[in-house]
Design a protein around this ligand. Structure first.
Ligand code: IMP
Length: 193
């Protein structure tokens, strides 16, 4: 036994509890929702191979869970874009830091994203991938904030609508930290104001 019987689900985030305001979505709730989303995606893409495009770095957790919950053939690729820089506000400029290695021509692409805030990143990515000749481009995002509801980007699969707070965990970071938390929590304002 390597770990004295401790299971992943038992690992908590005590070491950062003082940095966090409150948990908004627990690991169990996320995992239940991911399974529902995967089933819906499987059914919608029945008979078609889907290419999951994860948006680094935030989508690493949702990509990992969603892809393993799916019951159909799929391929995965990754893009890295920057829109936030270091901080809690969008810079408004999207840059491709790492491009796909897959040719998306005639492929059914499902962009997998951690969170939609202003929608700027996603609307840029959707247009970019459509411009490369993808057969279809849809979006799955684990979280969505209120601002995203008024943007033009159409997010077909949503995990949770959340309040307009800066959250961390399940891939979401603040200055690179907290991505490895299993729950999603509001970051304490004292951490950045
Ligand atoms: P948008 O372009 O404004 O929709 O921002 C999307 C990106 O901003 C996400 O992929 C995240 O990387 C980041 N982001 C937005 N809100 C949060 C948050 O509350 N916590 C951590 N990252 C966030």
């Amino acid at each position: 036994m390597f770990n004295n019987g401790t299971r992943l689900a038992d690992v908590d985030a005590n070491y950062v509890a003082a940095d966090l305001d409150r948990v908004i979505t627990t690991a169990d709730e996320i995992s239940d929702r991911v399974i529902e989303m995967a089933a819906q995606i499987d059914s919608d893409y029945a008979g078609r191979d889907v290419l999951l495009v994860g948006v680094l770095n935030g989508a690493v957790m949702v990509m990992s869970d969603l892809s393993r919950a799916m019951q159909s053939h799929l391929t995965m690729d990754w893009m890295a874009v920057s829109s936030y820089g270091a901080g809690t506000k969008s810079s408004g400029v999207v840059r491709i830091l790492k491009d796909l290695t897959t040719d998306v021509l005639d492929r059914h692409v499902l962009i997998v994203e951690d969170i939609v805030d202003t929608g700027l990143t996603l609307s840029y990515l959707v247009e970019n991938l459509k411009g490369r000749g993808a057969a279809s481009v849809e979006v799955a995002a684990m979280f969505r904030k209120p601002a995203a509801l008024t943007t033009a980007v159409d997010v077909k699969y949503i995990g949770f609508d959340i309040p307009n707070d800066f959250v961390v965990g399940y891939g979401l970071d603040f200055n690179g930290r907290y991505r490895n938390l299993r729950d999603v929590a509001v970051l304490g304002k004292h951490m950045y104001s």
